[in-house]
Design a binder for this molecule. Structure first.
Ligand code: 5AD
Length: 365
């Protein structure tokens, strides 16, 4: 006889077949059962606080040509920019003033010396300038600037970044190859994740959910990959079409699956919480692009990190990884007020002035 959702959730350990069942739950009763279990696991392991990572997208130059991404190098329609060092530092200072204990510095991928030196310098300056009585070690910095050499990662770590987010996008070779050009290798990304961990970063990864041809089994394998890699943080969200990309070929079928992909993304957050327990999971902006209350939903399904848009407004429109990106015309202060309302409206507490490190990491050292 088929196990019920209750029986599966009550188990100590989840097998791949169980994860596939949970990922596919539909119908309001089963969905609510899954959601409650994920929320309980979150509260038991991490508490009710939601931590902030002010998101600063400091450049959209990119040497990669990912088939899904709007800022891929072949998209000639993109106006390319690099923020001045002062603009990035000012955005970081603004985040610190808002009480965001951490920031994410994100950009397209580059590996030239000028870029590495720029990032290193920006990180050092931000660390120095954000030291205060509430943040005695400065603001927490997560970097998200792609695949780099060990030497570069070491320089970034020495400069003061202590977390690194590198999404695997899909951990299954077939799907990874389908969404990337041949020059980009799954194995190389896995190696980068290992190197980052070895250097001492808190390491995050994640995948896109609802990719054309992606199966529930592949998503279950992604969760097992997170577990095997023993990562500290997860950032994942729904795949959303960008018209100027090769994968826009599948535009209509992706649009037709809107509600299903949104639910699948929430189920994926819940299953990841149930399996990984004490990691930090972000409720990503892409969720909100799909649904006006998508980020609250992500929190309700087990996420505990939120990333307020803190990129200067004049370039936000140029950092379009996908279409329908929210908060494009709101200033950073409006963003803060709106997010705080959203957090308290669902009975959670804003974790101001705290790095909000992953307990998974703290418990391991
Ligand atoms: N839809 C959803 N997420 C996307 N990303 C890039 N392009 C898209 C898209 N079209 C995500 C990738 C990347 C992160 C910065 O943004 O997962 O790692």
């Amino acid at each position: 006889m088929k196990k019920s959702i209750y029986d599966i959730i009550a188990q100590e350990e989840y097998f791949k077949a169980d994860m596939i069942r949970l990922l596919g739950v539909h119908g309001s009763h089963d969905i609510e059962t899954l959601r409650c279990a994920a929320e309980k696991t979150l509260f038991d392991n991490c508490g009710k606080r939601v931590f902030f990572r002010g998101l600063i997208e400091f450049s959209n130059h990119c040497i990669c040509d990912c088939n899904y991404c709007g800022i891929r190098k072949s998209n000639a329609a993109v106006r390319r920019y690099v923020l001045k060092k002062k603009e990035v530092v000012d955005s970081a200072l603004f985040c610190a003033k808002q009480g965001y204990g951490s920031i994410v510095l994100q950009s397209g991928e580059r590996e030239d010396d000028a870029f590495v030196t720029y990032v290193e310098d920006v990180v050092k300056t931000i660390k120095r300038e954000t030291v205060s009585s509430v943040l005695p070690d400065g603001i927490g910095i997560t970097l998200c600037v792609g695949e780099q050499t060990r030497e570069t990662y070491e320089r970034f770590f020495a400069a003061g970044a202590h977390r690194y987010l590198l999404r695997i996008e899909s951990s299954t070779p077939r799907l990874f190859e389908f969404i990337h050009p041949k020059t980009q290798k799954l194995q190389s990304r896995i190696e980068c994740l290992r190197t980052l961990k070895n250097i001492g970063f808190q390491v995050g990864t994640g995948v896109m959910i609802g990719l054309p041809t992606q199966t529930l089994e592949e998503l279950a394998e992604d969760v097992l990959f997170f577990k095997d890699m023993d990562v500290d943080m997860i950032g994942m969200g729904p795949y959303i079409v960008h018209t100027e990309t090769p994968m826009a070929l599948h535009k209509d079928e992706t649009a037709a699956r809107h509600d299903e992909i949104l639910q699948l993304s929430l189920n994926m957050i819940a299953v990841t919480r149930l399996v990984l327990k004490n990691v930090n999971i972000a409720s990503t902006t892409a969720l909100q692009a799909m649904d006006a209350t998508g980020r609250e939903k992500g929190l309700l399904f087990g996420a505990n990190v939120i990333m307020p848009q803190s990129t200067p407004t004049d370039v936000r429109n140029d950092y379009l990884l996908y279409e329908g990106k929210p908060c494009l015309d709101e200033n950073a202060l409006q963003c803060k007020n709106c997010i705080e309302r959203r957090i308290t409206s669902i009975g959670r507490e804003p974790g101001y002035n705290s790095w909000g490190d992953s307990l998974h990491f703290s418990n391991c050292i």
